[in-house]
Design a protein around this ligand. Sequence first.
Ligand code: 5AD
Ligand code: SF4
Length: 458
Amino acid sequence: MQLLDIERRSDINAAVAVGQPGSGAARRVFIETYGCQMNVSDTELMMGVLKKAGFRRALALEDADVVLLNTCAIRERAEERVVGRLSQLSRVKRARPDLVLGVSGCMAKHLAEQLLDRLPYVDLVVGPDSYRRLPELIGEAAGNPALDVRLDRGEDYLELDPVRQEGTNAWITIMRGCDKFCTFCIVPYVRGRERSVPAGDLLRQVRLAASEGFQEVTLLGQTVNSYHDGESDFADLLKMVARVEGIRRIRFTSPHPSDFSDKLIGTIAEESKICRFIHLPVQSGSDRVLEAMKRTYSSGRYVDLVDRLRSAVPGLCLSTDVIVGFPGEDDSDFESTMALMRHVRYDSAFMFKYSPRKGTVAYREIPDTVPETEKSRRLQAVIAQQTGISGEINRRYVGRMQEVLVEGDARRGKGQAVGKSDGFKTVVFPRDGIRTNTFVDIRITDATSHTLIGRPEN
Ligand code: 5AD
Ligand code: SF4
């Protein structure tokens, strides 16, 4: 699924607070989230589980009795950052030995016991299918370190309601796990097999989110468009979600190119609530590399899909994920990726250096041949090219109107607000008392490769 790079994700500090009724002292939890949107959604789910068990919210780490890092394992760097953070937190723990320090999510599953061996100050290691047991595990961890990283094919967290973070978008996890086994990817090993949540429960969740005031939902899954609950496929589900009153925007991430049916394209074209933006990971433009990655499509089939999407959905914005330096990738393979990206002209892209992940097929069977310096050179080249393309595309918005869902104050620029357009562009404009979670029409006056800048206009 789409992974917002960990650097950008590290600011998502989900603070949960905990108080256990009947246990005397209130126990409060603080969760830091790393990695993709699925983890953001899982953090909200964990908060739901903990709240139900009587825990309450700690607004700051210093106030917490339990600190959890909800982690990512997709690249080595993601894990290194968490290890660094844990070592920082070990100092806090030295001062407060009763603090429970836990690791959840993909890295917990990936490293499991090794985490407890290598980092003896960690009390709790809990994998992505064990969140229901969190209260129990926190209790156990008070004495001895607790570990539960079993994968459970049946676990879809049905009927557990998340405690949503304030914001304008409600994440709805519609399927978990992945059956694709791309050779570079750790996800199938740490998240287990694919399973879909029944549409009935999802609609209940969407209605609940709407009743809480959310006007936008994002349907999440590792391969979101392979959703099937036995009766409804992803296109059916989108249609049902579009009927929910109060929901004005529907997004989803991340689809797999091979599971993009004509029916789904038709549904996106027909349903005006479905945003004109698709994140469509390509990974490489070289057929040889795509084959070695086991992506199950060729560059030609991918481009054909893009063409069909664009002719069915005028004005569609696209983003992608690209890996450079996959084992065996030579100059001409890399040039094919550059050429595909020039051809498709994505609005934006997440670009990564290949990172060998223990347990994957590529790690076991394909030597990591591309030297680090060459990976870096390719990454710089692909980023530079994409920055140019994104800037050109964004500048064409100058003078046009965009309907923006207001997310809040902009981080930079005093008195500025930030929001998203239908095409998922970040738009910055003067706050002028405009309320968060409202839609506002913005005239675009300027643009960079990352942002549109404008002012409200009626
Ligand atoms: N190395 C580099 N990038 C990876 N991704 C997944 N696994 C790896 C890896 N081993 C990227 C893919 C995927 C995104 C979420 O992360 O591009 O689409
Ligand atoms: Fe990983 Fe491939 Fe599954 Fe995406 S489709 S989660 S890249 S194995």
